[in-house]
Design a protein around this ligand. Structure first.
Ligand code: PLP
Length: 444
């Protein structure tokens, strides 16, 4: 194998992607892949969008980059205006970064600095949820509750506590209403705060609709309202991780809109720039902005590429295109179609336990037994086999799970571009169905 790239998997040389058009990517051998997951829920406009391409070319022609320690720029200011104009209630400023992990790191530091600014230095703990993923840099990995990703780096991680996720398919008890279940798991946050000590917890971090680690799992109604109440009661900041589920993916611009609350900090990334440029951001609430502005006035953080002019221009064009073409309507319509088609095809499948999600963010969970919901033995690596077979069939989807403790079951995530058509939804489900048949036929 001749490569000087340290690929994710040193044993496999992935094909070279050479071009993209709409929802398809073509590799060096001319093979075409239907991108039903937008990479990792990134490519929300598909590939080769002409308006975003034109915006990037125009910006590079004027000014590709200017360091944010010296300058602001039109694209940075206009993108911030645009994001705040459409942000959840209470958001006032935007802190730009280059991706999702950086957005979580910045959120954690903003939370810590906020408490220093207001004279509560003892707030040093962060609470998050098990079976969660918030990024791979050390701070973000620390708050994530995915043991498979954490395990070998454990000695390097900062101290974070984990409570149960809100995952009704796995944890709601027989006879328990969804509302009671939501309150029961939300109340674990209160118990954790009391255990760590009131006045000691800085923030709670949660993904409104859990993507990578669980396969499009939305909380039950009322869960996030109760979380908000608990955070308010104990002065804990709520950090929402909308890196994957945000920017239109679930049918509303922000996934949290569907829960009727706002966070204090909200991390966004993937759909922000649709993959045309690497960009992420933190939406910062008025109260945090004011505390810093009227305190030291200086957020003790920073990255070389924050507010990158070309990345901001790409993201602004992405957001304007989504609105101009009314694509969130298509997210809802095609999301419903995808759900119906998946349920139609797999509703009675012996190894499919659940089909779920919101908008164009859908998950299929595989189980060894539909009745008991027993997951497959992780050693069978069902998710990995599905990923490999789907790719051979020309379908990109995002399977995960079945690994080690803290992770339950194999699932596949679908996050196709917002431009997907009804016919293409049919193609996704056909290719996926063929893949599932092949994998389980080979399993015997
Ligand atoms: N948070 C969530 C919910 C994610 O799904 C991801 C990436 O998949 C991240 C954070 C990290 O983002 P990035 O890979 O851009 O650093």
């Amino acid at each position: 194998m001749t490569t000087h790239v340290l690929h994710r998997n040193s044993l496999i040389q992935p094909p070279r992607a050479v071009s993209g058009e709409g929802i398809y990517i073509t590799d060096e051998n001319g093979k075409r892949y239907l991108d039903a997951c937008g990479g990792a829920a990134v490519s929300c406009l598909g590939h080769s969008d002409p308006e975003v391409r034109a915006a990037i070319i125009e910006q590079v022609g004027k000014l590709a980059y200017a360091h944010s320690g010296f300058f602001s720029s039109d694209p940075m200011e206009e993108l911030a205006d645009d994001l705040i104009a459409h942000a959840p209630a209470g958001m006032e400023r935007v802190y730009f970064v280059s991706g999702g992990s950086e957005a979580i790191e910045a959120s954690l530091k903003l939370a810590r600095q906020y408490f220093l600014e207001i004279g509560e230095p003892d707030r040093e703990f962060v609470i998050a949820r098990r079976q969660s993923y918030h990024g791979n840099t050390l701070g973000a990995l620390s708050v994530g509750g995915n043991m498979w990703r954490r395990r070998q780096f454990e000695p390097l991680l900062i101290n974070a506590s984990h409570v149960s996720p809100c995952f009704a398919y796995r944890d709601q008890k027989a006879g328990e209403t969804a509302e009671d279940y939501g309150l029961r798991v939300a109340n674990e946050l209160e118990e954790a705060i009391l255990q760590l000590g009131t006045g000691r917890v800085a923030a709670f971090v949660a993904e409104p609709v859990v993507g990578a680690t669980s396969g499009a799992v939305a909380a039950v109604p009322g869960y996030f309202k109760r979380i908000r109440e608990i955070c308010d009661r104990y002065g804990v900041l709520l950090i929402l991780d909308e890196v994957m589920c945000g920017m239109g993916r679930t049918g509303t611009l922000h996934a949290i809109e569907q829960e009727g609350i706002s966070g204090d900090l909200q991390a966004i990334a993937k759909g922000l720039g649709a993959g045309y440029q690497p960009i992420g951001a933190v939406l910062v609430s008025d109260k945090i902005n004011k505390a810093i502005a009227s305190g030291t006035g200086f957020f003790q953080h920073g990255h070389t590429y924050q507010g990158h002019a070309t990345a901001c221009a790409a993201a602004l064009a992405t957001q304007r295109t989504i609105r101009k073409r009314d694509l969130l309507k298509n997210v809802v319509t095609q999301g419903d179609n995808l759900q119906k088609a998946l349920v139609g095809r797999f509703g009675n499948h012996p190894y499919v336990g659940d089909v779920r999600g919101r908008g164009l963010f859908r998950g299929v969970e595989f189980v060894a037994d539909r009745v008991t919901r027993e997951p497959f033995d992780p050693s069978r690596k069902i998710h990995a086999k599905i990923k490999k077979t789907a790719f051979e069939n020309g379908l990109m989807c995002y399977p995960m799970g079945g690994t080690i403790d803290g992770q339950r079951g194999d699932h596949v995530l679908f996050a196709p571009p917002y431009i997907v058509t009804e016919g293409q939804i049919g193609d996704i489900v056909d290719l996926f169905s063929k893949t599932v048949d092949q994998v389980f036929a080979a399993e015997g």
